[in-house]
Ligand binder design. Structure first.
Ligand code: E4P
Length: 218
């Protein structure tokens, strides 16, 4: 499974990339707003650090403006994936970009039928939002399962399932068990995957014994 980080915080991205943990990055208008800098600067900086797909989202809702915005974002670097919302205009833009050989991430997916349409429109990625479905008492993971079954039924679909709106380590584990191709994780969730109380306790005991041993490796 590929790991993307869901943030526009370039300091975080740099640190996680140095640890070799990142296959890509996703951003959205809310994350760009938090970064407080022009989208073109932020995306360019991220693309300098990460060579995998970096999703940059259009803000327009009509096809013609989506095309203009998407092409401008794609000019920033070869690894930009243009992110479009799952609307009729978004799917039309997805088909046009895909025909031009550009990578598209279709976002705000909340149903298996929407995912089916994104695959037909030639999306490189479909982003089902797990956490936002859980928030309204639905089962986000069930959606990932449904999409996995549908995509596996049609091997000609090349769209990758990018599990998004991930809120907990359990979301990551479940998405991996179902076979999502990619998971995009907020930095704090990614860091929490590393932690286990028994790791900390075990390390503490080993260090105490090492001190008693009075040895040095170097
Ligand atoms: C995905 O591409 C989105 O940026 C993101 O996962 C949305 O997550 P949220 O529901 O926590 O805002």
């Amino acid at each position: 499974m590929k790991f993307f980080v869901d943030t526009a915080d370039t300091a975080e991205i740099r640190e996680l990339a140095e640890a070799g943990l990142l296959d890509g990055v996703t951003t959205n208008p809310s994350l760009i707003m938090k970064a407080g800098r022009p989208i073109t600067d932020v995306i360019a900086e991220i693309c300098d650090v990460v060579s995998g797909p970096v999703s940059a989202e259009v803000a327009a809702t009509d096809y013609d403006t989506m095309l203009k915005e998407g092409r401008k974002l794609a000019e920033i670097a070869d690894n930009v994936a243009i992110k479009v919302p799952l609307t009729l205009d978004g799917l039309k833009a997805c088909r046009t970009f895909a025909n031009e050989g550009r990578m598209v991430n279709v976002t705000l997916c909340f149903s298996a039928n929407q995912a089916l349409l994104a695959a037909k429109a030639g999306a490189a990625f479909i982003s089902p939002f797990i956490g936002r479905l859980d928030d309204i008492n639905l089962d986000g993971m069930e959606l990932i399962e449904e999409i996995r079954i549908i995509y596996d039924n049609y091997p000609n679909f090349e769209t990758e399932i990018l599990a998004a709106s991930v809120r907990t380590p359990n979301h990551v584990k479940q998405a991996a068990m179902i076979g999502a191709d990619v998971v995009t994780v907020p930095p704090q969730v990614l860091r929490s995957l590393i932690k286990h109380p028994l790791t900390d306790k075990g390390l503490e005991a080993f260090l105490a014994d090492w001190k008693k041993a009075g040895q040095s490796i170097l």
